[in-house]
Design a protein around this ligand. Sequence first.
Ligand SMILES: C[S@@+](CC[C@H](N)C(=O)[O-])C[C@H]1O[C@@H](n2cnc3c(N)ncnc32)[C@H](O)[C@@H]1O
Ligand SMILES: *[C@@H]1O[C@H](CO)[C@@H](O)[C@H](O)[C@H]1NC(C)=O
Ligand SMILES: *[C@@H]1O[C@H](CO)[C@@H](O)[C@H](O)[C@H]1NC(C)=O
Ligand SMILES: *[C@@H]1O[C@H](CO)[C@@H](O)[C@H](O)[C@H]1NC(C)=O
Length: 272
Amino acid sequence: MATDIKALFCIGLAVVLTGVGKSALIGKTHSGGKDDPVLQYVVNNSLREHPVLTKLRLRTLEDPWAIMLVSSDQAQFMANLIKLINGTKAIEIGMYTGYNALSMALAMSENGRVVACEKEEKYVNIAKPFFKENEIVQQTARCTSTFCQYVFTKCCRLESKKVSAQETVSPKDAKQGNALIAGGEAGTFDFVFIDADKTNYDGYYEKSLELIRKGGIIAIDNVLWSGRVVNPAPSDNTSQALDALNKKLHKDQRIDLSMLTVGDGLTIAIKR
Ligand SMILES: C[S@@+](CC[C@H](N)C(=O)[O-])C[C@H]1O[C@@H](n2cnc3c(N)ncnc32)[C@H](O)[C@@H]1O
Ligand SMILES: *[C@@H]1O[C@H](CO)[C@@H](O)[C@H](O)[C@H]1NC(C)=O
Ligand SMILES: *[C@@H]1O[C@H](CO)[C@@H](O)[C@H](O)[C@H]1NC(C)=O
Ligand SMILES: *[C@@H]1O[C@H](CO)[C@@H](O)[C@H](O)[C@H]1NC(C)=O
């Protein structure tokens, strides 16, 4: 049952979620929230999930990597941030099956635009029918060796600006700039959600800072990494990278900052 929220899961759990089934949801916590009644209470009493998002979530839970799915309460929070700043242009780095990309698009006015990057074609193929269902039309799909960039335009209002085949925010290609910056879109985005390969977060963050406007928001997922950022082992590259980024942002005078314990840890950086 779509509305029957029974189970919560944690990103740190090494479980195969395929079997969790249709009753599974939603919340995640850095401390392991599977059966946390408080988190369940939060979800029970605040989640207003669009029907198409419910369908996409249930479809995503059939995927073996459903643990990557953003938590619904977090997606709703970010959608509300977009509404708060009247956002019409957003980027998602690491789209997976598109739950949060669609959630952001739904939060925007009719001329909204979400540029969502996902390197795995199979995940984009899961997303596509759900985007179409809500008349979020796929406009362009340009793939490089590193990843694909998909541009969606809401309500069939077509964007005139074409996004080139260059990678959107690849830190490896920083020297060449990137398509959105080269296309004159630096300083024009309202919101970026960084949720892809963790060891490249710093590069994504720097590019995102260029791409958003003053007052725009960069949201960074998994900054607590199930708590492993606290005294991370030297061999744990991912935790080391996240910890280093967290410490860098703490001192970064280009932004206002909050680190939230929502989900697996969510940093909100607001460009000054
Ligand atoms: C945690 S999941 C994203 C979850 C998604 N934001 C959501 O709303 O459910 C991370 C995704 O990033 C993708 N990814 C990893 N490295 C990438 C890269 N360099 N470029 C594009 N996508 C990447 C992975 O394939 C995966 O689907
Ligand atoms: C949340 O809702 C479910 C389904 O209605 C219910 O079984 C559960 O007891 C509720 N939990 C809390 C803490 O409200
Ligand atoms: C929000 O943005 C739209 C489109 O850019 C604009 O027409 C509208 O006036 C804005 N509303 C507010 C409250 O800023
Ligand atoms: C961690 O990074 C080092 C140096 O970049 C690399 O040699 C090593 O293979 C990485 N380890 C893992 C587990 O990724």
